[in-house]
Design a protein around this ligand. Structure first.
Ligand SMILES: Cc1cc2nc3c(=O)[nH]c(=O)nc-3n(C[C@H](O)[C@H](O)[C@H](O)COP(=O)(O)O)c2cc1C
Length: 179
């Protein structure tokens, strides 16, 4: 089974998560490629695709949205999962779960208009003080916000294992490797 893990990352945290997902899947499924969306000419030859993008301004990075739109006909014939990387866990504690659920629902709705998804997950990424202006930074800190590497690797592994288990039990579809 050949699986593509495609990513769009501005500062590198989504890329590292995609590489981690790909290498964990490869341990079970064998042939898994991890590539930046901008490098991918075609999804022909892949039986399943996982696409991850950093969230900027409540949306996927433009190159990830473009990838989805451009390859929508090919992706529609394959099993597709998506993940988004944001900063919900950087928010003051009472808002974290609600913010992640809101983003998960909202972004999935936008993505599903392009391609049917098996599932979509929002994970927190890396949030640095330099990503906020000085006055906002002070306010954010005072209200209980936090900075740092907020990636939950156990949750990422669990999600990866769910996708892997589904693919391990799927017979390759005849059309998926040729078109
Ligand atoms: C300009 C900018 C805008 C951002 N906008 C959002 C946002 O709207 N929602 C969110 O949850 N996170 C937002 N973030 C946080 C990033 O998604 C988070 O830092 C993520 O780890 C970035 O992934 P990357 O390292 O792959 O670029 C933003 C970060 C930057 C730099």
């Amino acid at each position: 089974m050949t699986v593509l893990v495609a990513y769009a990352s501005a500062l590198g945290s989504t890329k590292e998560m995609a590489q981690h997902v790909a290498s964990r899947m490869a341990g079970v499924l064998g042939d898994v490629e991890c590539r930046a969306v901008a490098e991918i000419e075609s999804v022909t030859g892949y039986e399943a695709v996982v696409i991850g993008s950093a969230i900027h301004n409540q949306a996927w990075l433009p190159e990830a949205s473009l990838f989805l739109r451009r390859h929508a006909p090919g992706l529609a014939k394959r099993a597709v999962w998506a993940f988004s990387v944001g900063m919900a866990d950087a928010l003051p504690k009472p808002f974290r779960k609600r913010a992640a659920a809101f983003q998960q629902e909202r972004i999935a709705r936008v993505l599903s208009k392009e391609v049917p998804l098996r599932a979509h997950r929002v994970f927190s990424g890396v949030y640095r003080p330099s990503q906020m202006s000085a006055p906002l930074r002070a306010l954010f800190h005072l209200s209980g916000g936090r900075f740092g590497d907020l990636r939950d690797w156990a949750a990422i592994d669990a999600w990866t294992d769910q996708m892997t288990a589904q693919l391990a039990h799927t017979e390759p579809s005849p059309g998926s490797t040729t078109t």
